[in-house]
Design a protein around this ligand. Structure first.
Ligand code: ARG
Length: 530
C-alpha cells in the first residue's frame, strides 16, 4: 500500500489516544481482508498501539519519546522539521486588475498566497511569486476611452482617486452606449498594436495601480512579489504559444473563432473547448494564461505552479492546465493546482459591501480595522488570522468586532499569548533557563501542551499539502489554549524545585518560539508588548 495512504494524524478523540491511523480501511479493500484483522496485526508489532472496532489504530506516544522530541525541537532553529526536496514552486496570487482599486475579494488571494509563500519557504522549497496583474485587454481600452474624452494627454497629472471612479463608470456606460463601446474596442486594439500615446497613458495608469496595490499589501504584511509581471508581459509569448497549438494540429476553426478541444471520454463533468483566438482576432484570458505558462516554464523551470483566485475561475484553470499539457507547453510532470476560494461576506452573511451597497475597497476594510486597533501589527494580525483560520474554499464573514477581540480565535489573542510568555520569562529573571533540559511532563495539562507543540510540524506539512493555512491556525489556537491551562495549573514562578522550574521555563521558551514561528509563516509579527 502506498505510504501516503498510511497517514498517522493527530487523534480526533484526544481522550482516547494521541494519534490515530485509519489506513486499515483502505488496506482492507486492497487486500480483501477485514479492517479489524489488519489493524490487529499492525498493533501487535507496535508499542503503545491499540485497536478500536471496526479497525481504527489508536496510537500513544510515550512520555520519554515526547520529551526527547521536544528537547530536539528546542535545539533546532527550524523546530526539528525535516528538509523537503528542493523543488521550485511558482505561486500566482494577488492578481489585482490595473485601473481598478483593490476590493475585498483581493484580500483572500493576497493573504492566503502570502502565507503559502512563507510556509513553502520555511519548509525549504524554492518559491517564486508572480502577481499576474490584469493589465491588458478591454478594461484598459475603456479607461483610455474615458480619459481621452476628458481631453487627457499622456503626461498630464492623473489623480489616484480618478481610478476609483473612472473604470466603473466607463464599464457601465459601454453596456448601453454602443459608440463608446466601439471606441473603447478600437483603442484596445491600438494599444495592443503599440500606439505610443496610448501606451504612455497606460503606463501612467499602471504605475498608479501598482502603487495602490503596494500600499494595501504593506498594510497586510504581504511580502513584495518576486515578479510584478502582468498579462501585458505575456503578450510576447502569445505568437509562439499559438504556433505550438497550430503545429500540433490542436486548433479547430469555428467561423473564425479558434478553439482547442480538451474533452476526454473519461470526463464526468463538462469540459468545454478553450477559446484561444476570438472571431474578431482578439485574444482571451486563457491565451494569456497559456502564454504565461510558456514563459514560466522557460524562465523558472518549476516543478509545481499554484494559482489562487476566487472559485468562479475554477473551470478556466482546469481548461488552461489541460491545454498546456496537451500542447506540451508544460512538461507532463509539472503539478498544477488552482485554489479557488469563496466569498468574503459581511456581518449579514451577504457579500461584503459598503453601507450604500458599493464595492468594499480593500483599503476601506483595512481602515475599519485600524479604527479599532491603531497598532499596525495588531490590526494586520486581526485581519490575517480572521482570514486564514477559514478553509479557503468556504465563504466566511468578515466581522471587524470579532476579529479584533483580544479573546477568542483572533490574531490579537495569539500575539498576546506570545507577549505574555515573554513577560513571564522576563519576570523569572533566569537567563539560562531557556537552555535547560525539558523534563518529562509532570501533569496531564503539561503533557497536553507538549503534544500540541510536537504537532506544530505536522500542521505545517498539512497546511502545505492541502494549500490551507487554516491547519496552522488550528494548531496555534490549540497550543495557546493548552498553554493557558498549563500556566493556570502550575505555579511556575514560585516553584522551589530549581530543576523543575528551569524545565518549565525552557518549555515556556519553546512554546513562545513555536508560536512566533507559526505566526511568522502566517505573516503575523509579534510586538514586544501589548
Ligand atoms: N486578475 C485576475 C482577477 O482579478 C486574477 C489573475 C489570476 N492569475 C492568473 N494567472 N490568471 O480575477
Amino acid at each position: 500500500m502506498p505510504p501516503e495512504q498510511c497517514n498517522v494524524t493527530p487523534s480526533d478523540r484526544p481522550d482516547l489516544c494521541d494519534f490515530q491511523c485509519n489506513a486499515s480501511f483502505a488496506a482492507a479493500k486492497l487486500y480483501k481482508r477485514k479492517p479489524l484483522d489488519i489493524a490487529s496485526e499492525v498493533a501487535e508489532r507496535l508499542e503503545n498501539c491499540t485497536v478500536a472496532a471496526p479497525g481504527f489504530l489508536n496510537i500513544n506516544v510515550s512520555n520519554d519519546l515526547l520529551t526527547e522530541r521536544l528537547n530536539a525541537m528546542a535545539q533546532d532553529r527550524r523546530l526539528g522539521f525535516p528538509s523537503v526536496e528542493a523543488k521550485t514552486i511558482v505561486l500566482d496570487y494577488g492578481g489585482p486588475n490595473v485601473a481598478k482599486a483593490l476590493h475585498v475579494g483581493h484580500l483572500r488571494s493576497a493573504v492566503i498566497g502570502d502565507a503559502l509563500y512563507k510556509i513553502a519557504g520555511f519548509l525549504g522549497y524554492r518559491v517564486i511569486s508572480d502577481i499576474h496583474l490584469g493589465d491588458w485587454g478591454f478594461p484598459m481600452g475603456l479607461v483610455l476611452a474615458a480619459l481621452q474624452e476628458r481631453g487627457f494627454k499622456a503626461g498630464d497629472e492623473l489623480a489616484p482617486q480618478t481610478l476609483n471612479t473612472i473604470y466603473p463608470e466607463a464599464a457601465a456606460r459601454a453596456k448601453t452606449d454602443e459608440v463608446f463601446q466601439a471606441e473603447a474596442k478600437r483603442i484596445t486594439v491600438e494599444l495592443q498594436q503599440g500606439n505610443a500615446e496610448y501606451f504612455k497613458i497606460w503606463k501612467q495608469i499602471q504605475s498608479l495601480s501598482v502603487a495602490d496595490a503596494k500600499a494595501n499589501y504593506d498594510a497586510l504584511n504581504v511580502r513584495d512579489f518576486d515578479y510584478w509581471y502582468g498579462e501585458s508581459d505575456a503578450q510576447r509569448y502569445v505568437p509562439r504559444t499559438l504556433e505550438i497549438f497550430e503545429r500540433r494540429g490542436l486548433i479547430r476553426d469555428d467561423n473564425g473563432t479558434k478553439l482547442v478541444d480538451i474533452k476526454l471520454d473519461s470526463d464526468k463533468e463538462p469540459m468545454p473547448p478553450v477559446i484561444v483566438v476570438k472571431a474578431d482576432g482578439g485574444e482571451v484570458y486563457a491565451t494569456t494564461d497559456l502564454a504565461t505558462i510558456l514563459q514560466r516554464v522557460e524562465d523558472w523551470k518549476p516543478d509545481a505552479c499554484v494559482y489562487l483566485t476566487d472559485n468562479r475561475q475554477t473551470l478556466h484553470f482546469k481548461q488552461v492546465f489541460r491545454a498546456a499539457k496537451l500542447a506540451g507547453i508544460a512538461p507532463p510532470d509539472i503539478d498544477f493546482t488552482h485554489i479557488g476560494f469563496g466569498t468574503v461576506n459581511g456581518a449579514d452573511g451577504k457579500p461584503y459591501k459598503t453601507r450604500d451597497g458599493g464595492v468594499m475597497s480593500l483599503s476601506t476594510l483595512i481602515a475599519d480595522v485600524r479604527a479599532v486597533l491603531p497598532d499596525e501589527r495588531v490590526a494586520c494580525a486581526a485581519i490575517r488570522i480572521g482570514e486564514l483560520q477559514n478553509q479557503p474554499l468556504k465563504d466566511y464573514r468578515f466581522d471587524v468586532e470579532k476579529f479584533c477581540a483580544s479573546e477568542g480565535k483572533t490574531g490579537p489573542y495569539l500575539q498576546y499569548t506570545a507577549v505574555r510568555i515573554a513577560s513571564v520569562l522576563a519576570k523569572a529573571d533566569a537567563p539560562d533557563a531557556p537552555n535547560a533540559t525539558i523534563n518529562a511532563p509532570a501533569s496531564d495539562v503539561e503533557r497536553g501542551l507538549m503534544l500540541a507543540l510536537e504537532r506544530a510540524g505536522i500542521s505545517l506539512l498539512k497546511a502545505w499539502a492541502d494549500k490551507a493555512p487554516s491547519a496552522i491556525c488550528d494548531c496555534l489556537f490549540d497550543i495557546c489554549a493548552r498553554f493557558n491551562s498549563f500556566y493556570a495549573a502550575q505555579h511556575i514562578l514560585t516553584c522551589e524545585d530549581a530543576t523543575q522550574k528551569a524545565s518549565w521555563l525552557a518549555l515556556l521558551q519553546l512554546t513562545r518560539e513555536v508560536i512566533v514561528t507559526l505566526l511568522g509563516v502566517l505573516g503575523v509579527d509579534v510586538p514586544e508588548n501589548m
